[in-house]
Design a protein around this ligand. Structure first.
Ligand code: NAI
Length: 378
């Protein structure tokens, strides 16, 4: 099968998420790295692109040149990943979709609900794929949980409890460090700090596994380090359209938690638990029965999980290969297959609507607030 041409914007040398995209996109042989505008510094971006093997005329200095250069080529890229800072996602994603490219956009997809609705409309009208990198949903055992819930193995879901809490911004003496400070400054980060950064991964996961959408929510935000304008801790209660009750805690001051992203799903006939620090396992408890450890790679798992695992049982596969699973789905979708687990623009839109609902609710003493995007309310 012919490889697909892949391009990247952002994710330059030293960036946090760039290497995970490169490891992920190139892991399974579906894509080759053909083009990029990798850095806000044009010269650095061109040089690093060539170090990664791009032809000099496809290692661009900025995304606008990349758009013009690629749209004119017969061997134009089949997919572009947008891994730049949040405030640039909308402009870049919209421009590439409108020019007929498939896009994988980092989260959060946009800064406002209006922008997110616009991305959904542009993707619909061009027929191009706009995926959003909710990569934790692509761990094999998360896909297994989703499959078990959808096949009725724990009955109707009553309750979902999700957390995404870490302690890496919990040191008040480091709060003025520029790499930390911008995240809690509305001028740089937008309307929300920790919830927009980490909480939306957990909220997406709750919908993804439960197979249900968030309808209303009530939020309590706190800036536990007083110099911060935006929240560094949040508790969200939510209700889903199918009646599922949801609880979500997200924090960046939970000292001692490293990557405390976990989810529990409680149904009428059983419960499931998954944690990102032990991603190979799901704990499953049937009602009245013993807790069982289900392991990635064991016999009897669904195709949804086993098809996304490459290494033997009990060997860690890890975060970059969860990202790779997003690219596996993308390659299949670009080649015309249906991949309903791939997070796409409507998921990105629902997250932005939930951020704005949570901000409004927190300002109104936790008032229950409609969390659905306006375009999905009718
Ligand atoms: P970073 O600050 O480490 O790197 C950003 C990169 O983008 C740098 O190489 C910078 O030079 C480049 N850049 C900035 N403006 C650019 C422009 N206009 N054109 C081309 N390149 C540009 O940021 P980080 O942490 O890698 O985050 C990037 C995005 O990825 C954010 O939206 C963040 O929310 C998301 N992210 C997602 C994660 C996930 O789990 N899905 C995890 C970490 C980050």
């Amino acid at each position: 099968m012919q490889k697909l041409n892949w391009g990247m914007i952002g994710g330059g040398e030293g960036s946090q998420i760039g290497p995970a995209h490169r490891l992920g996109a190139l892991a399974d042989g579906h894509f080759s790295l053909a083009a990029g505008a990798l850095d806000v510094d044009a010269e650095k971006g061109r040089a690093y692109g060539q170090t990664l093997g791009m032809a000099p005329d496809r290692a661009y200095g900025n995304w606008q040149d990349m758009l013009e250069g690629e749209r004119a080529r017969d061997d134009r890229i089949d997919l572009v990943t947008v891994a730049t800072p949040n405030s640039t996602h909308f402009e870049i994603t919209k421009a590439f979709l409108a020019a007929g490219f498939n896009v994988l956009c980092e989260k959060p997809m946009t800064m406002t609900v209006e922008e997110a609705e616009e991305i959904v409309r542009v993707a619909q009208s061009t027929g191009k794929i706009c995926a959003v990198n909710y990569c934790y949903s692509a761990y094999p055992m998360v896909r297994e949980m989703r499959h078990m819930v959808a096949s009725g193995e724990i009955g109707k879901v009553r309750l979902v409890v999700a957390n995404f809490s870490h302690g890496h911004h919990g040191d008040a003496t480091d709060a003025d460090n520029p790499r930390v400070r911008w995240r809690y400054d509305p001028a740089m980060a937008g309307v929300s700090g920790q919830f927009a950064d980490c909480g939306i991964h957990a909220l997406h996961m709750a919908s993804f596994v439960a197979g249900d959408e968030v309808e209303t929510l009530s939020a309590d935000f706190a800036s536990t380090i007083p110099s911060r304008t935006l929240e560094d801790d949040a508790m969200i209660n939510f209700r889903m359209s199918g009646g599922t009750v949801g609880r979500l805690w997200t924090s960046s001051v939970a000292i001692g938690r490293q990557h405390g992203f976990d989810i529990q799903v409680f149904g009428e006939t059983g419960g499931l638990r998954w944690a990102s620090e032990q991603p190979n396992q799901v704990l499953y408890t049937p009602v009245g029965g013993r807790t069982q450890i289900m392991e990635k790679g064991e016999a009897g798992l669904s195709g949804a999980a086993s098809s996304l695992s490459r290494v033997a049982i009990a060997h860690p596969e890890g975060f970059p290969l969860a990202v790779a699973n997003i690219y596996v789905d993308l390659a299949a979708a670009i080649r015309g297959e249906t991949r309903d687990a791939l997070p796409t623009a409507p998921d990105g839109l629902r997250s932005i609507a939930a951020i704005y609902a949570a901000v409004a609710s927190a300002k109104d003493n936790g008032a229950w607030t409609d969390a659905r995007p306006p375009m999905y309310r009718t």
